[in-house]
Design a protein. Structure first.
Length: 657
């Protein structure tokens, strides 16, 4: 993702801020379900903590402590910013130290125990314009837009069902609920439920526009958000006292507000971005599920999601990282909003810090639905292997729902920028890719980069007549299947000889990645690369054939024995990094120009050069005006800087001596 971030512009004056440390609110008594509000209980701590506080635990006894919510559930963590809940503070607890592909060895002593059923969960339903639901305090968004009528334009909507007339509907309940609270951190808890047949959520995060009635770009609304949410070192659906699964509906639910009304004056964002199917505020900005950027102890932040969940995560997210998690149930992420800048990361960010410990283990499907117009990185993950590294011998859909005909730009694997390239590969065994590429692909900016991965017995994205338009954006191809490079039988241990379609403007580079071929893919007539070896460029160093689209690659340095089967992909790319041009400051406004890059651009602001960053605008224009805030403001522009589309794998060839 970092290669999509551009030059930073800083406009600063002297800035001084004071900080105050929050209190330590200590839980000393187990919640029994019948002692709600008693001093020292978790219920009491949620009620009495203030913004900036830390909830810690010091419950007598060496065993596992089960905190049971009362009828109606624990109180919401509501409008309490910068609160930390630290389960590892309980004596006898300790965070994980094991690698992501081995058994998690955390010792968790604090369990939020929802096994009694959803009647003891907190209600996450938003107000239905006059009827407040049972959460404490009630989620009251009655001041948001809506006339209160039972009509498509009368209600705010959202939740797991896109057609729901209200964001979280009655019946959507959670053991632990978080609402309108930014920078909440939750560590070292286990959350358990009655089992997979239960529809309740173990943890839920909700947000809306807050009480701000101004018309802004939607990411500028701070009042109702849950930005900066971080959950780390937690177990979902696993009882640490017995080691047994005890799950429920979703491990984590993170749903957003959507405004059903689309009139320009009330939609809460500039009318130029209006889309009647695409309104809302993703609640994941600067959030992390698992390992946060620059974590001091990344393995301590690994989360584990039980197979006894309907889904590990059910969410509509944007600008969120999901790194360092063990998923034994499906991960179902939907993203409807039109935000390309800083979109979604699954796995390692490739910044050279903690990259070996940022990948996820997926033993269930990563499902990404309605992914139109997104940037997405899936890197450094392991799919469909047991914890001991052996194969499960069960075929599964590894990555599902990628909609390239919706304008998404997806990198699965390495960006090959020289930083942590080998750590960015995904290991995918016995799995399929479900990639939708429809007839509209030629008219949008979608692309799929699939580079440097370890693929064994997978079904790679197919080429069909409807997908020919997609590949035709990058390469000169006009017949079905001709997008695949061809390797010649004359290839030897010294020279890999073949051809690939020539590039089309503006894709000026043809990058050739060489792999040892997967023998199982050969048997199944679905060639794929098992072991990445080296990258060349057509007509670059190491290519002895000067004809465009024809290559004779010098592979002598690889030291391969005769008979080795190789395959290649051709990636068609161009690079154009966006940057700020002339800038002027007048009063509280900054005027700018953008040069280079590929729209849509994101203009972001921060009060510190290290972030966090908030989006001010999404625009296709190359100039604009944004406001300053406070005595210090820093700005940067984001946008697509390296567009690339990867061909299918070539049929393998055995090297002659």
């Amino acid at each position: 993702m970092k290669n999509r971030l551009s030059v930073l512009l800083g406009a600063s004056l002297v800035f001084c801020a004071s900080a105050s440390w929050g209190a330590n609110v200590v839980v000393t008594t187990e919640d029994t379900g019948n002692n709600a509000g008693a001093a020292g209980t978790f219920y009491w701590a949620l009620t009495n903590c203030n913004p900036g506080d830390t909830i810690t635990f010091n419950i007598p006894g060496t065993g596992t402590h089960y905190l049971k919510p009362p009828t109606g559930g624990f109180p919401l963590l509501y409008r309490k910013h910068n609160v930390t809940i630290n389960g590892y503070s309980q004596p006898g607890s300790s965070p994980n130290t094991a690698a992501i592909t081995t058994s998690n060895n955390a010792v968790i002593k604090i369990v939020l125990d929802g096994r009694a059923g959803v009647d003891n969960y907190t209600d996450m339903a938003y107000v239905y314009y006059g009827t407040l639901h049972t959460s404490v305090p009630a989620i009251d968004n009655s001041q948001l837009y809506g006339d209160g009528s039972n009509s498509p334009t009368g209600h705010e909507r959202g939740g797991y069902d896109p057609d729901s007339l209200i964001p979280y509907a009655p019946g959507e309940v959670a053991i632990l609920g978080i609402y309108r609270s930014t920078n909440v951190t939750i560590r070292g808890l286990a959350l358990i439920g009655p089992g997979i047949a239960d529809d309740g959520y173990l943890m839920a995060v909700a947000q809306d526009f807050g009480y701000d009635t101004a018309i802004k770009e939607r990411y500028a609304y701070d009042n109702g958000t849950c930005r900066g949410f971080h959950v780390a070192g937690c177990w979902f659906g696993i009882d640490p006292g017995t080691g047994l699964d005890s799950g429920g509906g979703l491990g984590i639910a993170m749903f957003r507000h959507r405004d059903r009304n689309q009139t320009p004056v009330d939609q809460r964002r500039p009318s130029v971005l209006t889309d009647p199917n695409d309104e809302g505020v993703p609640n994941g900005e600067n959030s992390s599920i698992g390992v946060a950027p620059g974590a001091a102890s990344p393995r301590a932040e690994f989360n584990v999601f039980s197979a006894d969940l309907q889904a590990s995560i059910g969410a509509e997210l944007c600008r969120t990282r999901i790194s360092g998690n063990q998923f034994f149930s499906a991960t179902d992420i939907g993203r409807y909003s039109d935000e390309r800048a800083m979109a979604m990361l699954f796995g390692t960010d490739g910044d050279g810090i903690n990259d070996a410990d940022e990948g996820n283990l997926f033993n269930a499907t990563l499902s990404v639905y309605n992914t139109r117009n997104k940037n997405m990185v899936i890197a450094g993950n392991t799919f469909n292997l047991e914890l001991d590294g052996t194969r499960k011998n069960v075929y599964m859909v590894a990555i599902d729902g990628l909609g390239l005909d919706q304008g998404s730009q997806v990198r699965i694997g390495s960006d090959f920028n020289g930083v942590s390239d080998a750590l960015e590969k995904n290991r995918i065994y016995d799995g399929t890719f479900s990639v939708g590429v429809g007839g509209s692909a030629a008219a949008n900016a979608s692309w799929l980069s699939l580079r440097g991965n370890e693929l064994v017995n997978c079904v790679a994205p197919a080429i069909s007549p409807s997908q020919l338009a997609f590949w035709g954006k990058f390469m000169d191809v006009d017949t079905l299947g001709s997008a695949r490079p061809v390797l010649e039988a004359s290839s030897t241990v010294r020279s890999l000889v073949g051809t690939c379609p020539t590039n089309r403007a503006p894709y000026s580079h043809i990058i050739l990645d060489v792999y040892v071929a997967d023998p199982e893919g050969d048997i199944a007539a679905d060639p794929q690369g098992k072991t990445y070896l080296k990258t060349f460029e057509d007509n670059g160093p190491g290519d002895a054939n000067p004809a465009p689209g024809a290559f004779a690659l010098n592979i002598t340095s690889l030291g391969l024995p005769a008979g080795t089967k190789l395959t290649v992909t051709a990636t068609y790319a161009y690079e154009s990094r966006p940057s700020f041009g002339p800038v002027s400051i007048a009063g509280t406004n900054v005027s700018y120009e953008i040069h280079g890059g590929v729209p849509t651009y994101g203009v972001l602001r921060s009060s510190a050069i290290t972030g966090p960053w908030s989006s001010l605008a999404l625009t296709t224009a190359t100039n604009g005006v944004v406001p300053t805030v406070g005595a210090t403001s820093f700005y940067r522009v984001s946008g697509l800087s390296f567009a690339q589309g990867t061909s299918p794998f070539a049929d393998s060839v055995a090297l002659a001596p």
